[in-house]
Design a protein around this ligand. Structure first.
Ligand SMILES: Cc1cc2nc3c(=O)[nH]c(=O)nc-3n(C[C@H](O)[C@H](O)[C@H](O)COP(=O)(O)O)c2cc1C
Length: 167
């Protein structure tokens, strides 16, 4: 498999925890993980496959470090990369902006045709999410606040898809 880099932004640590679980599921040597507050956007260019993760912080809001990082990231040429994205949210607490950070991250990425790892919306209860496009989510959605018990199985299934996409 080609080199995969996972870049996450977190405030409370949950998006990092999910990054670590994704790494474990890939097999540790196949993937490196980074907190975006500790890297330069250009560090992303060292990898063939990319995973970006953010939590949600209000209507349309990504995690704070992503709000800063994204403006530089969009200047990079990622047209030769494969990209998968994941987002954390709380469908019970924020059913009107569920996982909106993921939706905004998707909107800001230029090469939508390079994005893999779309995810079914079944199994979640909310009334609006900007991460939903054409009847599915634009990436893996994890809800550690109200569906913690489903996290491990969701990651396992998503990583199995990415392993095929990230050849
Ligand atoms: C002030 C605040 C605002 C939030 N806004 C949203 C939101 O709009 N949509 C959502 O799905 N989750 C929202 N959340 C929930 C977080 O995204 C969720 O707890 C996530 O797991 C946090 O990830 P982190 O620990 O990596 O920062 C909010 C949480 C807080 C404390």
């Amino acid at each position: 498999m080609k080199k995969t880099g996972l870049f996450y932004g977190t405030t409370g640590g949950r998006t990092r925890k999910v990054a670590e679980l994704i790494k474990k599921e890939f097999g540790s040597s196949a993937i490196e993980i980074f907190n975006i507050k500790d890297v330069e956007p250009s560090d992303i260019l060292k990898f063939d496959n990319l995973i970006f993760g953010t939590s949600a912080w209000g209507i349309g809001d990504m995690q704070d470090d992503w709000e800063i990082f994204i403006d530089e990231l969009v200047e990079l040429d990622l047209s030769e990369k494969k990209i998968a994205i994941y987002g954390l949210g709380d469908q019970k607490g924020y059913p009107g902006s569920f996982a909106d950070g993921l939706g905004t991250l998707y909107c800001r990425l230029a090469d939508k045709d390079k994005i893999v790892g779309y995810w079914p919306k079944e199994g979640y209860k909310y009334y609006f999410s900007s991460a939903e496009k054409d009847g599915r989510f634009v990436g893996l959605v994890i809800d550690e606040d109200s569906q913690h018990e489903l996290t491990a199985a969701r990651i396992k299934k998503w990583v199995a898809v990415l392993k095929k996409e990230f050849k």
